[in-house]
Design a protein around this ligand. Structure first.
Ligand SMILES: [Zn+2]
Length: 158
């Protein structure tokens, strides 16, 4: 997917923060402004093994790209990111169930309705990140998901 300048429409290379034509700073929303690390990998590897990359974001199936001898460094990027997301989502579901149980026991179901909406909003956000990871994998990009830069020595997300 090409990054296009919002002001003048020129193509902004993935590594550039500013439009080479007009200098406008490239700015997306907090979901998409993460670092794209595709340039770190062998161009012959990126875009290949899409199935293995997609499996990285499908729960326990992440074990397949993690353990496969066919996995390139590029595939391992998605496997690592998918593993972190899977662990985070699993831990969150455990915490969510404990909190739900305690709040229901203490305050009843009516109070829980409001808290429950918030709890599920976070869960849907985590699931949405998995979908986003799949989209990046299908496009052959090693793009970080929000919050992942700390795990990949990729500095701040700006
Ligand atoms: Zn421009």
């Amino acid at each position: 997917m090409k990054r296009l300048c919002f002001r003048c429409g020129a193509e902004v290379p993935a590594a550039e923060e500013k439009c080479p034509a007009c200098g406008r700073k490239h700015r997306d929303n907090f979901i998409t402004r993460t670092k794209d690390l595709t340039d770190r990998f062998d161009p012959a590897e990126t875009g290949g093994n899409k199935l293995l990359c997609v499996l990285s974001y499908l729960g326990v199936l992440v074990l397949i790209p993690l353990l496969s001898v066919k996995s390139t460094d590029y595939v391992k990027f998605h496997a690592k990111q998918g593993l972190i997301l899977t662990v985070a989502t699993t831990l969150y579901v455990v915490v969510m169930n404990v909190v739900s149980y305690l709040v229901r026991a203490a305050y009843g179901n009516y109070v829980f309705v409001f808290l429950g909406l918030g709890l599920y909003a976070v869960l849907f956000y985590l699931l949405f990140l998995s979908v986003l990871g799949i989209i990046y994998a299908v496009r052959g990009r090693a793009k970080l998901l929000p919050g992942m830069s700390v795990f990949f020595h990729a500095d701040a997300e700006e």
